[in-house]
Design a protein around this ligand. Structure first.
Ligand SMILES: CC(C)(COP(=O)(O)OP(=O)(O)OC[C@H]1O[C@@H](n2cnc3c(N)ncnc32)[C@H](O)[C@@H]1OP(=O)(O)O)[C@@H](O)C(=O)NCCC(=O)NCCS
Length: 218
């Protein structure tokens, strides 16, 4: 990884950061971020097409934002780089204040992958989640073929719990059964009648496990 300028503490106030890593900051996701997100370059990897921002006009963007903001069990965050540029989105779904748990979602801009931003941003966010929000458990699920994401979650302490198959309409994904490029990951897919199922792993990170990880680091 190339060395990148650090996020300085004095930047927090200006940028409304709620959490700060070494090379990323986290703040609430704004309506302006939707416009930025819609300009992100597309993923070239056919298995990651689903992460491409949808084509939306101004009104659709307003609606997209308003609808998500109104969801009572949902929270959206922006990941910014050292220049304050939007480089990622982070979501909490199924936020449950009684159980003190939520389900995590994250995606970065396609041209910044594999540079340490995801690990840095999630590490910073976990501090906010467990310390500031006072939550206890953070769940997620990840496609079995997505080794990069799994590696990040493993590094940060998530543990595998179960697995399940998610089913989509057949055209949703590339031809994983016929195209030789997908041979190494083919076992993670199942063909149905007009459908395709994808193996997913369920993972969990508890506050206890996160604290243990922090102690090991210090
Ligand atoms: C998943 C995601 C957030 C991770 O962020 P990132 O900045 O790309 O990841 P990082 O650079 O911090 O770390 C990637 C790690 O995976 C490793 N890695 C990358 N490709 C890999 C592969 N094919 N197999 C195994 N490990 C891999 C890297 O070596 C690195 O580990 P290391 O630090 O031990 O060397 C980002 O890649 C992303 O948004 N991807 C597209 C959307 C997505 O997959 N979202 C998650 C859905 S569950």
């Amino acid at each position: 990884m190339t060395s990148l300028p650090k996020i300085r503490p004095e930047m927090d106030e200006d940028r409304g950061l709620i959490a700060r890593g070494s090379i990323t900051g986290i703040r609430r996701f704004s309506r302006r971020d939707v416009d930025q997100w819609c300009r992100w370059p597309k993923h070239q990897d056919p298995l990651f097409q689903d992460y491409n921002p949808p084509d939306m006009d101004e009104r659709e963007r307003d609606l997209w934002y308003a609808e998500r903001l109104a969801r009572p069990d949902h929270a959206m965050f922006a990941i910014v780089d050292e220049e304050g540029e939007l480089i990622g989105r982070l979501f909490l779904r199924q936020v449950n204040p009684d159980a003190r748990s939520a389900v995590l979602g994250i995606d970065l801009r396609s041209d910044v992958l594999n540079r340490g931003y995801g690990t840095d941003a999630l590490g910073a966010f976990l501090e906010y989640y467990f310390d500031e929000m006072g939550y206890d458990t953070l769940y997620l699920d990840v496609a079995a073929y997505n080794r990069r994401a799994q590696r990040v979650y493993e590094k940060l302490g998530w543990r595998y719990t179960r697995e399940h198959w998610n089913t989509y309409r057949a055209g949703f994904l590339p031809d994983v059964f016929g195209d030789p490029r997908f041979e190494p990951v083919r076992r993670y897919f199942r063909a149905g009648l007009g459908t395709i199922s994808v193996l997913h792993y369920d993972m969990v990170l508890t506050r206890q496990r996160w604290l243990e990880g922090r102690q090991r680091e210090s």
